[in-house]
Ligand binder design. Structure first.
Ligand SMILES: Cc1cc2nc3c(=O)[nH]c(=O)nc-3n(C[C@H](O)[C@H](O)[C@H](O)COP(=O)(O)O)c2cc1C
Length: 301
């Protein structure tokens, strides 16, 4: 009932561990697969190891997170081993996330990552905490296309480009990326935000700003996915991500136009999140008379 296909891979359900929430290690990706994820995405890795930002790097406030981890990761050479192990043992498709600081770096990362034979690559062009010259690559058509072309030239693996919701024209950016060779779009990354401790008179995060995820992001993610689907048409897969915490959230994301559903913050907030969300999706579909995920569509009449 829940199985879907994504860039030539069959997933037992459409729920994908979103990048970053479980980190870079094979063990944690394998654990998410055992917990019921249909596919898993690693935390973005860069060419060189990165320590990331100073603490505090993360704060929870109700159903939301604000994080400014600063892309701490062991670098691509170590990550290749982790991805290779995850591919061997996870039993579900593994998506390797890469992050560069120039289009050329994205290309080199994609080329190196081929060695680990992930099922897909995801190019993180939208980290709000790390910017090149004051902006994210996915903030302009030109920069997003440059990253897409560099990755396309470097690998024959299917790849998705991950976009930021913090733009007025996400559909236009997604369409340009597809025309430049992206096989899939992941939408969305976190949205820039800030929290203040009024007693300390300080920003809560050391980095001041962070990426907002979880419940508050859901309406923004739904609008983004809907706009992208309208712009790219039916054939292009979309991994709809942002604020999905229960089965109905996942159904909404698919009705907005997503092929698969990324789950991040909810994995940290809800034990057994994948199994529970999948169970709730099945229950909704059974009650409402849906036989497959492809039947979940928006009635726009
Ligand atoms: C702690 C944390 C770390 C993250 N790290 C990454 C990352 O390395 N690369 C990336 O593309 N997205 C990263 N994200 C963004 C998530 O993959 C996801 O797009 C976002 O959190 C929205 O989904 P959610 O509301 O289900 O968490 C991170 C999110 C969180 C909460």
């Amino acid at each position: 009932m829940l199985s879907v296909s994504l860039c030539g891979n069959r997933l037992r359900n459409p729920l994908i561990l979103a990048s970053g929430v479980r980190g870079n290690s094979a063990e944690l990706l394998i654990r998410a697969a055992r917990e019921g994820a249909g596919a898993v995405t690693s935390k973005s890795c860069s060419l060189c190891p990165r320590e990331g930002h100073s603490n505090p790097t993360m704060v929870a406030d109700g159903g939301i997170f604000l994080n400014a981890i600063g892309l701490s990761n062991p670098g691509v050479e170590e990550e290749i081993g982790e991805i290779r192990r995850a591919v061997r043992k996870a039993g579900v498709p593994v998506i390797a996330s890469i992050v560069g600081f120039s289009p050329e770096e994205f290309g080199r990362l994609a080329e190196r990552m081929e060695e680990a034979k992930p099922h897909m690559i995801e190019a993180d062009a939208s980290c709000p905490n790390i910017e090149h010259g004051g902006k994210m690559f996915s903030q302009s058509v030109e920069d997003a296309v440059a990253v897409t072309k560099a990755v396309r030239a470097a690998t024959s693996l299917p790849f998705s480009i991950k976009l930021s919701p913090d733009v007025p024209n996400i559909g236009q950016i997604a369409k340009a990326c597809v025309e430049a060779g992206a096989d899939c779009i992941t939408a969305v990354n976190t949205m820039g935000g800030m929290l203040i401790d009024p007693y300390a008179k300080k920003a809560v995060l050391h980095n001041r700003f962070g990426g907002l995820s979880g419940h508050a992001l859901k309406p923004i993610a739904l609008k983004s996915v809907y706009s992208i689907r309208k712009a790219v048409g039916d054939g292009v897969p979309i991994i709809g991500t942002g604020g999905v915490a229960c089965g109905l959230d996942a159904v909404e994301m698919i009705m907005a136009g997503a092929t698969c559903v990324g789950v991040g913050t909810a994995v940290a907030l809800r034990n057994g999140a994948f199994r529970q969300i999948a169970g709730e999706m099945r229950e909704f579909m059974r009650k409402e008379g849906y036989r497959s995920v492809s039947e979940l569509s928006l009635d726009e009449g």
